[in-house]
Ligand binder design. Structure first.
Ligand SMILES: Cc1ncc(COP(=O)(O)O)c(C=O)c1O
Length: 291
């Protein structure tokens, strides 16, 4: 099944405070190729088709939403897929087991080898019919794929808020906003301690009218604690929308704190971009919090 952005509705969600909040339900694009995964991969797929690519190699951590989405998309497109996974071989997790169902071949590289991953690709797959997509779909095509999200909005929000890690999605969102001359402020919530790098990349591109709001990393990438998990459990039950503790749970919690702290002017129309990746919730270490 190919992804379909027609499912990714704008859903109004009642929240305390004097702002109006909608959620862009990009999590509904596809069960595995969801949210920013599809947006970042869409231009790569188009380029792969144009160039007659038969094999895609990508890279990431052992719990990578991006790798699984790439494997699933490649399978639908009839392209073979290899993932270079950072670190020593680990016991199978749900990402790898599902990826393997889609024909994904996993290669584990130690940290040093992983740093040289492009070299690995050139040595092992020197042919022209291979495309390499870097960690998280980063790169110009990944950015370009996120720009068109604005065409799916029925109004121009005052603010758009999203979880950020490599910053690729936010760059694409800003690019698309400026191409369309929209006034929306874009607010990124870093989910790891890399705000300076993300900031430098955005400043280098010369974008304006954006902020990165820190203090919501909860100790760092993929770290979770009792209060995040309790918050997520309650919000999943209240809204019937799934969040994951790595990305969207932290960003949704940030939006609640910002509304509580009167970060926005009264009447501000805020869109929260649900970037998908809800499979992240189903890791044992997170589910154990629900016991
Ligand atoms: C669910 C989810 N949200 C947000 C992000 C952050 O996206 P980016 O790395 O483009 O900043 C990711 C990573 O790709 C993700 O999987």
């Amino acid at each position: 099944m190919m992804p379909d952005t027609g499912n990714a509705v704008l859903q109004e969600i009642p929240l305390p405070g004097n702002c109006q909040v909608w959620m862009k339900r990009d999590d509904l694009i596809h069960p595995l190729i969801s949210g920013n995964k599809w947006r970042k991969l869409s231009c790569y797929l188009e380029a792969a088709r144009e160039q007659g690519i038969r094999h895609i190699i990508t890279a990431g951590g052992p719990f990578s939403n991006h790798i699984l989405a790439t494997a699933c998309l490649c399978s639908a497109a009839g392209i073979s897929c290899t993932a270079l996974i950072r670190g020593r071989q680990q016991p199978d997790n749900h990402y790898r087991l599902i990826g393997a169902r889609y024909g994904l071949v996993s290669v584990f590289l130690n940290h040093e080898q992983f740093e040289q991953r492009l070299e690995w690709v050139n040595i092992h797959h020197p042919g022209k019919d291979v495309m390499f997509i870097d960690v998280g779909g980063a790169g110009d095509l990944g950015v370009a794929g996120c720009a068109s999200i604005w065409d799916e909005f029925s109004f121009v929000p005052d603010a758009l808020l999203l979880a950020t890690a490599t910053g690729t999605t936010m760059q694409g969102v800003l690019m698309g906003r400026d191409e369309r001359k929209l006034s929306t402020k874009v607010i990124g919530i870093p989910v790891l301690m890399n705000e300076p790098e993300q900031r430098a990349a955005l400043e280098a591109k010369g974008y304006e009218n954006w902020t990165l709001e820190t203090g919501f990393e909860r100790g760092g990438f993929a770290r979770a604690d009792e209060s995040l998990m309790r918050f997520m459990g309650a919000e999943i039950q209240r809204t019937n929308i799934l969040f994951d503790p790595v990305y969207t749970g932290k960003a949704w919690m940030a939006l609640h704190a910002m509304l509580d702290g009167h970060f926005f002017n009264p009447g501000t129309r805020v869109v929260f971009l649900h970037t998908g990746g809800t499979l992240g919730l189903f890791s044992r270490r997170y589910l154990d919090f629900f016991r």
